[in-house]
Design a protein around this ligand. Sequence first.
Ligand code: OXT
Ligand code: ADP
Ligand code: MG
Length: 581
Amino acid sequence: MCSIIELEKEVDSETKQPVLTDGFHLFLDALKLNGIDTLFGLPGIPITDLLRMAQAEGMRVISFRHEQNAGNAAAAAGFLTGKPGVCMTVSAPGFLNGLTALANATTNCFPMILISGSSEREIVDLQQGDYEEMDQLAIARPMCKAAFRVLRAQDIGIGIARAIRAAVSGRPGGVYLDLPAKLFSQTMPEEEGNKSLIKVVDAAPSQRPAEEAVERAITLLKGAKKPLILLGKGAAYSRADQEIRELVEKTGIPYLPMSMAKGLLPDTHELSAAATRSYVLQEADVVVLVGARLNWLLSHGKGKTWGQANGPKKFIQIDICPGEIDSNVAIDAPLIGDVGSCVRALLARIGNDWAKPSQEWTGPIAERKAKNLGKMADKLAERPSPMNFHSALSVVKDIVRDNPEAIVVSEGANTLDFARSIVDMYLPRKRLDVGTWGVMGIGMGFAVAGAVVTGHRVIAIEGDSAFGFSGMEVETICRYQLPVCVVVFNNNGIYKGTDKNASGGKDTAPTVFVKNARYEMMMQAFGGVGVQVTTTGELQQAMSEALASGKPTLINVAIDETVGTESGRITNLNPAKAVKK
Ligand code: OXT
Ligand code: ADP
Ligand code: MG
């Protein structure tokens, strides 16, 4: 029996009709033409055959257990490669499962395309109750950067081109593409179909800043006594690694990396001020924001964090999105363009005679930094039993130092926050985390993408709650034999495991889980390596073996259930705490 694929390719020798192609093939050809060779998704009506055909045509199809994880994988792939990651889902519920990832990608400025099969318009629009009926386009539109629907096979090429361009041009983001089921089986002459496809040219053009904007920024920077550079994940995404390094080193300006900008310069760099973050934010007079927004993660650019008592800061902001400027506080010198072009323009005005910041600024920073690093080193050297976050993370820190190519994924509250400050990163775009929303559930999707698109080892540092959001994907990790080492920081709950039910009733408190759960057995269930560890020595051995073998591994780390803090480092955002303040 002929497969669908072969049938469509056959020539009718009697009628001599032209060879036909169909929506399935046009869709796949359009993606391939644009260098998209991997699909993340979850099959079902109406995309099952499509995914089969994609595989038959040599594309990599990574099939997940839940669409949210597939969507997160696509988003991470977008960040890591600079090409939009593609996630494919079925209609209504599958689409909705993917929607959180689409919205999160947009929030994080990661290029991704969510493509969902859908019901036919004539039934949806009259609300006649189709199988998994939903007006998906309308629902997706406010969640993403752009949303399109393709109704005719001859428009598939344009639909894909528009989706790619919208995802990666300017500020990157999520795009939704709606493909009604009948589109796939529509046919048209193959030659005409091929001509309808578009290879997107210069999808993310470089955008150079205006000369006067560069002058304004240089004048401000020259007058600064206590300048600070703040690198965000837009800087990491821009791949202007060398230019950014030059900017920091030529000017001698201390810098702070936001969490996903860690590694743009090695965290051990002498100009990193991460270990004295509060001090430099409060004291700096001119701050150069490079691909970082003044959102909640930066206390909106004002208040105590920014030392308002020292008077208002001056800001230079490099961003590709003009609308971002003045979003929270006045920006004195906006530099609109891509990070690479903007930093190059600044460098052209920064000669070797640039006056580096005085000792008055760098001296106290170095002093405070040395003190904090010393305190941290002492803490990391402690070996309490049971382990705490610091002792366990001291092991992870050394493993990452010895495997700087590894992708580090991190989520949780205490686990996330301690890992951010303890685990140094050495190379750009190696750290993926909860991002702008602080969202739990990115863990296994990001880990799968990290392994699939980079081919490197992945270390996922997971709070036990955080892991639960996507934990079933350990089966996916085993199925594709991905070199992912999941390290679950098991403190028996959300933040800690000691909370009590205030009513005295028999239900556990909402933040507490089953004690001493055996997460490692989940990995064992699918043929991977699962290890439970209670000492730093055991953790060190288990991680070393995982990194050496590349086998899917889950290490269940017993952490003292009393040591976590509610909400980690962002306790102040809890409403009750805010009221008390
Ligand atoms: O300068 P100061 O003195 O201030 O000191 C700073 C640095 O200078 C210093 N430092 C160092 N010292 C020495 N050496 C080194 N190397 C060094 N590096 C730094 O350390 C301090 C702190 O530095 P840091 O971290 O850079 O600075 P700071 O002030 O913390 O930075 C501010 C922020 C805001 C930038 C930073 O805190 C940040 O990035 N925070 C992100 C926080 C975040 O996103 N958290 C996740 C959300 S929490 C919560 O919402 C959770 N939920 C609810 C939920 C969510 N999120 N999503 C969904 C879909 N559903 C529900 C849930 C369910 S978390 C959570 C699960 C939690 O339980 P788990 O079991 O998973 O996790 P555990 O808590 O581990 O149990
Ligand atoms: P972080 O959370 O690390 O502070 P944000 O996600 O808040 O970073 O900010 C990233 C910023 O980078 C966004 O405002 C986005 O418009 C910008 N951006 C993304 N890509 C580029 C690029 N190539 N050039 C310049 N700006 C960029
Ligand atoms: Mg926990």
